[in-house]
Design a protein around this ligand. Structure first.
Ligand SMILES: Nc1nc2c(ncn2[C@@H]2O[C@H](COP(=O)(O)OP(=O)(O)O)[C@@H](O)[C@H]2O)c(=O)[nH]1
Ligand SMILES: [Mg+2]
Length: 320
């Protein structure tokens, strides 16, 4: 396979080539040589408006996303923001090292749109990018933005720290639960509460909705009176009930984030992302320094009592 120039691919992707777009995302996902060149391009284009959906496996995120894609395309606009005629979707599974079964399942769940010209769906797993998904996902979203997708969904499986981190790469974060969620998500509640702009009680066709809503309201009450109080929306994705209401709620949150608030939120996120990249580059450098002949020579010098660890470390770092 001949590696192709990111510039050429991005140009093709902008003109609608899905293969070119997929290749760019592979560069980002695999952290390959072309990754840096890709980043250099896409971070100079506008970021898309991103709606994240997160929650444990099986709550109905993919089914819900499938419905939301349809509503998004029908409306062509989220709140009063920029209009769009295509939607990008990233399905992220931090727990899976391979693009395996779960992702295949997502594809099937979203099959209504799998061949739709106006929809681009891509799965990402942990394989590849050395900095992990928490670096690869923001990069991938920027690839979508640069390829003329002003609007994107990112579905993240799970409720751990990593998932929370990925989900918070979104402008509007939707935490998906089911009736009775409190029992299964006790430990992760705090983290999810912090990132949720909207709570969805999906599978509202099942019993226990009222109790779950009460439980969520109680939790939200503990959080004082923030400028934005997370909305609680009931949906039944399989029956396509409540999905339009959910999309409208997303639009409401988008409008709440006026230019100033959106800018501030993105500033916070940009800091967090930059910190991650700095950490990643520093730790890569440490790993590279802590081996090889020069390193072993310092170890020998320490064993021979002819240096001390601080001096040895400075020598390795090239400090005088
Ligand atoms: N009863 C009911 N089942 C649903 C609903 N939404 C999704 N499901 C089912 O829940 C299962 C998991 O859905 P999926 O979208 O793959 O969940 P994900 O793992 O969160 O992406 C599937 O069998 C869906 O058909 C719903 O609103 N009501
Ligand atoms: Mg799914």
């Amino acid at each position: 396979m001949i590696a192709r120039e990111p510039e050429v691919l991005l140009d093709e992707a902008r003109h609608g080539s899905r293969t070119a777009l997929a290749r760019l995302l592979t560069y980002v996902e695999a952290g390959a040589d072309q990754h840096r060149a890709t980043a250099a391009l896409v971070y100079r284009a506008r970021a898309p408006y991103v709606v994240g959906l997160t929650g444990p496996p099986g709550v109905g995120k993919s089914t819900l996303t499938d419905r939301l894609i349809a509503v998004a395309l029908k409306k062509g606009q989220v709140g009063g923001a920029e209009t769009f005629d295509q939607v990008g979707v990233l399905c992220v599974d931090p727990s899976s090292p391979f693009s395996g079964g779960a992702i295949l399942g997502d594809r099937i769940r979203m099959q209504d749109h799998a061949t739709d010209d106006h929809v681009f769906i891509r799965s990402m797993a942990t394989r590849g990018h050395l900095g992990g998904l928490s670096l690869a996902v923001p990069d991938a979203l920027r690839v979508l933005g640069a390829a003329n997708f002003p609007f994107a969904f990112v579905e993240t499986v799970g409720v751990g720290q990593m998932e929370v981190e990925i989900a918070s790469a979104a402008d509007t974060t939707v935490v998906v639960t089911n009736p009775g969620w409190g029992d299964s998500m006790q430990t992760s509640k705090a983290g999810l509460l912090e990132i949720a702009d909207i709570f969805v009680i999906n599978k509202a066709d099942r019993p226990g909705v009222r109790e779950t809503r009460r439980d969520l309201e109680q939790m939200l009450n503990l959080g004082g009176q923030p400028a934005w109080r997370p909305m609680i929306i009931e949906t039944s994705a399989t029956l396509d009930e409540g999905t339009e209401t959910l999309f409208d709620a997303i639009g409401e949150h988008r409008d709440f984030l006026d230019d100033e608030r959106l800018f501030e939120a993105r500033r916070l996120r940009t800091r967090a992302e930059l910190d991650k990249v700095v950490n990643f580059l520093v730790s890569s450098r440490v790993t590279a320094l802590a081996k090889g002949e020069v390193y072993e020579a310092q170890v020998d010098a320490l064993l021979e009592c002819s240096t001390d660890p601080y001096r040895a470390a400075e020598t390795l770092l090239g400090e005088p």
